[in-house]
Design a binder for this molecule. Sequence first.
Ligand SMILES: [Fe+2]
Ligand SMILES: [Fe+2]
Length: 325
Amino acid sequence: MSTTDSRPTLPSPRGSLSERILQALRTDPGGLVTDAAAVALAEPEDAALTLWVLQELSYRGFQDVPETAEWEPPVLAVRRHLQVDLEARLRSRWPGHQVPESDFAEALLQFIQDDDGPSVASYVHTHATEEQVLELLRWRSIYHLKEADPSTWTLPRLTRGPKAALAELQYDEYGAGRPDRLHAHLFAEAMAALGLSTRPGAYLDECPLEVLEMNNAMSLFGLDGRLRGASMGHLAAFEVTSSVPSGHLVRGLRRLGLAEEIVEYYAEHVIADSVHDQLATRLICAVLAEDEPEQAEDIFFGAFTCLDQEARCARTLLGRWGVAA
Ligand SMILES: [Fe+2]
Ligand SMILES: [Fe+2]
């Protein structure tokens, strides 16, 4: 292991499945024996942690796993079982939605804005303690330290219009050509200013099932081209519901006198995401639904999944803090 390697090492296992898979990844990924029954019987947290690790191999990977592990057939077989299982669970939660016959963007926007899930950001604005905010940031760091990466997987799967619009949105997320302005980097700088680790996945061991599943769903939608509609619907819900909560966070962080870097990170999103939500709903999702009508319902499914998982995470976190949600 190199001391300059900024990648994380493998997290702690959470059960017999992750114990066995993590051990194989470290030592002999190609020699892993796929046991479909063990995968099917794994406890939810054990399965979610295993899938998070396996999907992470398609991002920057781990210091203690050989890079060849990503494409080893037995590793892919376990990942496939877990992805099928996750998709089935997400679809079982989806109540369905009538695909609009006209003005797709407006209908999608309305669907997202009608969501009335609990808001951690409103609580941070007025009540949260510094300790609670740091816990929130540690949980959010699993995504924000690789912010925008899951949607990038969808880019080559799109038709011309949505592809151009997603590239525009991602250009902004990736700093518009400036390495010091990548949103993931701005978040890392804020973590450092708060005395927290900037290593991706550093706080994974303390993240509950809901956080693992939220990250796994984003990766699943991005990595599986068949789910491009869900990936873009998820992105739209994420962007539409970002600007106002980011404003609440800015005011809450200022109230607590936390480092200016984290205030700036959220202040940047108040402005950027008020543009990104238009790009995502009108120029990505609506045009995608026009170009590929069979993806239209999955766009709503992806948006629903984003909102549903945000609500699950919010309820878990507020529950830990003793706040009724
Ligand atoms: Fe961003
Ligand atoms: Fe954004």
